[in-house]
Ligand binder design. Structure first.
Ligand SMILES: Cc1cc2nc3c(=O)[nH]c(=O)nc-3n(C[C@H](O)[C@H](O)[C@H](O)COP(=O)(O)O)c2cc1C
Length: 164
């Protein structure tokens, strides 16, 4: 974080970081995402923003479905997952060879160690500066437990695998 006015404005923001996965044309991808939020109640919709430099963006551009995972805050294994997906790019490493996952019926890779996860259908894509926003409709939701989610302030020290 720098000392620009906007960095000071967002200082301490602590929304949950999500782990977003996808697949298309036999390729799998996934990355850590801080720019994500529920954006509608009825109907339920989420907005997930992917940097256009990321491999996950390139695969998601061809995908119908996204996997969205919530990680737990006070668990070193969950931080390790955040590090795996946030600090490495699938352009250079097969992240899925280093974690436990299964394939959803739609082909989306879902991480077995994430306690809360959903598969969502991409309804729309919109250019939002240097990120593309994916408007997502939840299709299947699995949620085990309600432990506090891993938030942004706990992962700000990670170095993104791709520059934004
Ligand atoms: C704290 C943190 C937040 C991040 N937030 C986003 C985000 O909102 N959207 C995004 O596309 N990438 C985000 N990233 C960057 C990607 O997770 C990272 O560049 C990843 O290595 C990209 O992997 P890929 O090239 O395999 O897709 C974030 C990284 C960190 C460490």
């Amino acid at each position: 974080m720098g000392n620009d006015p906007i960095d000071q404005f967002t200082s301490g923001f602590d929304g949950p970081v999500l782990l977003v996965t996808t697949s298309a044309d036999g390729e799998r991808a996934g990355c850590l995402v801080g720019f994500a939020t529920q954006c509608s109640i009825d109907p339920v919709r989420f907005l997930v923003c992917l940097s256009r430099t990321n491999r996950t963006f390139r695969v998601a551009a061809k995908a119908e479905l996204l996997g969205v995972h919530v990680l737990e805050r006070d668990d070193p294994g969950q931080l390790a997952l955040a590090r795996l997906f946030g600090e490495n790019t699938g352009d250079e490493m097969d992240k899925f060879a280093r974690c436990a996952w299964e394939e959803d019926t739609g082909g989306v890779p879902l991480l077995l160690d994430a306690p809360r996860r959903m598969v969502g259908r991409v309804l729309d894509r919109m250019e939002l500066g240097d990120h593309t926003g994916y408007l997502v409709e939840p299709l299947h939701v699995q949620a085990k437990g309600r432990n506090a989610p891993l938030g942004l302030t706990r992962v700000l020290h990670l170095e993104a695998g791709h520059p934004a």
